[in-house]
Design a protein around this ligand. Structure first.
Ligand code: AMP
Ligand code: MG
Length: 418
C-alpha cells in the first residue's frame, strides 16, 4: 500500500470497492430523487386517446374552410362532451359538438375551435344552440394526440435516470406505481476518542462533545443513505476492532472519525487491518490527509480524520461518491464554478488546499470567492457559514486577489448545471 496517494487515485480506489446495493420496490413517493434500477415502460399510450386541449367546439376543419369575417359559417350544436364523457355519435354537415378540455375528440371530428373565437347566433352555446365561425381552422388544431408522449410498451424512464417530482407524475400516468431502486445504504457512524462525550452532556475540562457524529450522520442522510449513530468508542484497539467487525457485519458502510493518523492512540488503521484489508491511509489533500479506507467482510470501512473540517471534507470528497454509487448514481462531481479571489492568499503548503469560503456574484455577474479568515481544521461553524470549498491547486506561492480559482459548491446536487 503506497504511503500517500492523490485525491483522484483515492476516489477511484474507493469507487472500485463499492457496488450498487440490491434492488427493492418502493412507492412513487419514496422513489423521488433516486435513480431507477431498471428501464420502466408505460402500460398505455400517453395520452391514452386524442382529446381536446381547449374548451370549444369539435368539428371537421373542412366544414368551416370557407369561413371569414364577411361570411361566417354557422353550425348547430348537437351535443356536449365533458372530460370523462365519450361522444360516439356522428357529426353531420352543418353540425358541431361542444367539447371541454380533456374530453375525447369525437370520431367524426378532426379539429377544435376554442370558445373565445366562436359567436353564438342562437341559444346559450350549449346543445340546441347555433354558433358561427368567422375563421378557418387547421386539422388537429387544439387536439392532444394519443401516444403523443409515449406509446404503450415504450420505455419512459431509463435505468439510472434520477426520478424527479415531475417524473413520479409521469410514471403515475404510465401505470408505474412501484419503482425498482437500489436500497439506501445503512451507514454506521462511529466516533472514536477517549476525549468525547455525548452532545447532551456538558464536557468536563479536557473533554469535548462528539460533534462529528451529528455532522457525518447529516451528510450521510443528505447523500441518500440511512445513518445510525453508534456509541462512542474509546481509544483502544481491541474495542475499536470489535466494533468495526460487528458493524461491518450489520451495515452496508462503516464510517469512523478520528484515530486515522499515526499517534500513539490512533487505532483505525490497525483495526481495519486486523479485521480485514486496509487499502489506503493517506491522501494528498488539506485539511485531512489521514484518510483510511479498507474492506472488512466485503463491507467498505472509511476512517475519517478527527478534526471536524478534515472529516467533513473527507466525507464530501470520498465517502459521498461511494454512498451515491451504492444507490446507482453515476454522477459524482458537485457543481464547480470559477471565481475571482477577493483578496491575496499566501499558500505555504504545496498540497491541494480546500478553503472554506463564501461565494457571491458581483455586480458584473462574475463570481467572487472570499476564503474564511480562520481556516483551522478544528472548526464546524466556519463550514456552517461557508457555501463552497475554494480549491487552491498544488504548489506554494501567493495567489493574488482577482486571480481565478475553482470552487466546489456545497449542498448543491451533482445533477445541477451552473
Ligand atoms: P486528528 O488529528 O484527525 O486525530 O484530529 C483530532 C482532533 O479532532 C482533536 O482535536 C479531537 O478532539 C477532534 N475530534 C475527534 N473526534 C471528534 C468528534 N467526534 N467530534 C469533534 N471533534 C473531534
Ligand atoms: Mg484521537
Amino acid at each position: 500500500m503506497p504511503e500517500m496517494i492523490s485525491l483522484e487515485e483515492a476516489r477511484e480506489l474507493v469507487l472500485s470497492r463499492v457496488f450498487a446495493l440490491p434492488v427493492e420496490l418502493v412507492s412513487l413517493r419514496e422513489a423521488v430523487g433516486r435513480p431507477a434500477a431498471a428501464d420502466l415502460a408505460s402500460d398505455i399510450d400517453i395520452a391514452p386517446f386524442p382529446h381536446s386541449a381547449m374548451d370549444g367546439f369539435a368539428l371537421r376543419a373542412a366544414q368551416i374552410a370557407s369561413a371569414s369575417v364577411e361570411s361566417p359559417v354557422e353550425l348547430d350544436v348537437i351535443a356536449e362532451v365533458a372530460a370523462g364523457d365519450v361522444f360516439e355519435g356522428s357529426i353531420a354537415e352543418g353540425q358541431c359538438v361542444r367539447i371541454m378540455t380533456g374530453a375525447p375528440l369525437p370520431p367524426d371530428a378532426d379539429s377544435v375551435v376554442k370558445y373565445e373565437v366562436v359567436g353564438v347566433v342562437r341559444g346559450d352555446g350549449k346543445t340546441g344552440s347555433r354558433v358561427s365561425f368567422s375563421n378557418t381552422t387547421k386539422q388537429r388544431s387544439n387536439v392532444r394526440e394519443a401516444g403523443e408522449e409515449a406509446k404503450a410498451g415504450e420505455i419512459v424512464v431509463r435505468s439510472g435516470e434520477v426520478i424527479g417530482n415531475a417524473g413520479v407524475g409521469f410514471l403515475a400516468g404510465c401505470g408505474v406505481t412501484s419503482v425498482p431502486v437500489h436500497r439506501r445504504p445503512r451507514v454506521a457512524i462511529i466516533s472514536i476518542g477517549s476525549e468525547l462525550v455525548d452532545a447532551d452532556e456538558v464536557p468536563s475540562y479536557g473533554k469535548i462533545r462528539n460533534s462529528n457524529a451529528y455532522a457525518l450522520a447529516a451528510c450521510a442522510a443528505a447523500a441518500g443513505a440511512v445513518p445510525v449513530r453508534l456509541p462512542i468508542v474509546r481509544d483502544s484497539l481491541e474495542a475499536l476492532q470489535t466494533q468495526v467487525e460487528r458493524c461491518a457485519a450489520e451495515y452496508d458502510f462503516v464510517v469512523t472519525s478520528d484515530g486515522a493518523s499515526n499517534g500513539d492512540f490512533d487505532f483505525i488503521k490497525p483495526a481495519i487491518q486486523g479485521a480485514g484489508e486496509l487499502l489506503m491511509s493517506t491522501v494528498n489533500m488539506r485539511p485531512g490527509k489521514a484518510q483510511a479506507f479498507g474492506v472488512v467482510n466485503a463491507t467498505p470501512v472509511f476512517g475519517l480524520p478527527g478534526n471536524p473540517a478534515a472529516a467533513y471534507l473527507g466525507f464530501e470528497l470520498l465517502v459521498r461518491p461511494a454512498l451515491r454509487k451504492m444507490q446507482g448514481f453515476s454522477n459524482f462531481e458537485r457543481p464547480r464554478v470559477k471565481a475571482r479571489l477577493s483578496e491575496d492568499f499566501k499558500k505555504k503548503d504545496p498540497r491541494r488546499i480546500f478553503l472554506r469560503s463564501t461565494l457571491t456574484k458581483g455586480e458584473d455577474g462574475l463570481y467572487v470567492v472570499a476564503p474564511a479568515k480562520n481556516q483551522s481544521s478544528g472548526l464546524f461553524g466556519v463550514i456552517q457559514r461557508s457555501n463552497c470549498f475554494a480549491v487552491m491547486s498544488e504548489g506554494a506561492g501567493v495567489r493574488e486577489a482577482g486571480s481565478v480559482v475553482e470552487c466546489i459548491l456545497l449542498d448543491v446536487s451533482e445533477d445541477v448545471v451552473i
